[in-house]
Design a protein around this ligand. Structure first.
Ligand code: ZN
Length: 147
């Protein structure tokens, strides 16, 4: 179990040091900003939605390792998905992060964030990018806050 934990930590650090999809989109069709005042994390999510599908997604922002890694993993998880599929991943991820059951297999790589549940104060770091994604999908330009 501790080997698995180390592996998870490595994936999180890798996404923190080399975040994926972290350069701004030139012409996003949807965007939203999120903040987590508890930790000071800020994130901006930009999307390009064509025919109901997330064809491009990027995030920018400054935050702790967990919020950055989670944003990076989120962009990988929803890129190429339909809006409905992206919403479903958001819903399942949120449920998994705030519950105690094991991560559903469909969430795949996102399971690396499961260890964060042991640190309740960090759960908001991990869910920030996802709440912001949810707002962006609904074209809510207003800033979302985890508080
Ligand atoms: Zn944080």
């Amino acid at each position: 179990m501790s080997e698995l934990r180390e592996l998870y930590q490595e994936v999180i650090l890798d996404h923190y040091r080399k975040p994926r999809n972290s350069s701004a989109l030139r012409e996003p069709s949807h965007r939203a900003e999120g903040i987590n005042p508890l930790c000071g994390d800020k994130v901006q999510i930009s999307l390009r939605i064509d025919d109901g599908r997330v064809t491009e997604i990027a995030f920018e922002g400054a935050g702790c390792a967990i919020s950055t890694a989670s944003a990076s993993l989120m962009t990988e998880a929803v890129k190429g998905k339909t809006v409905e599929e992206a919403e479903e991943i958001f819903r399942r991820f949120h449920e998994a992060m705030t519950g105690e059951e094991s991560f559903p297999g469909e969430l795949g790589k996102l399971e690396v964030l499961s260890g964060v549940r042991e640190y309740p104060v960090r759960i908001k770091c991990a869910t920030l990018a996802w709440h912001t994604l949810h707002a962006a999908l609904h074209e809510q330009e207003t800033q979302v806050s985890t508080e």
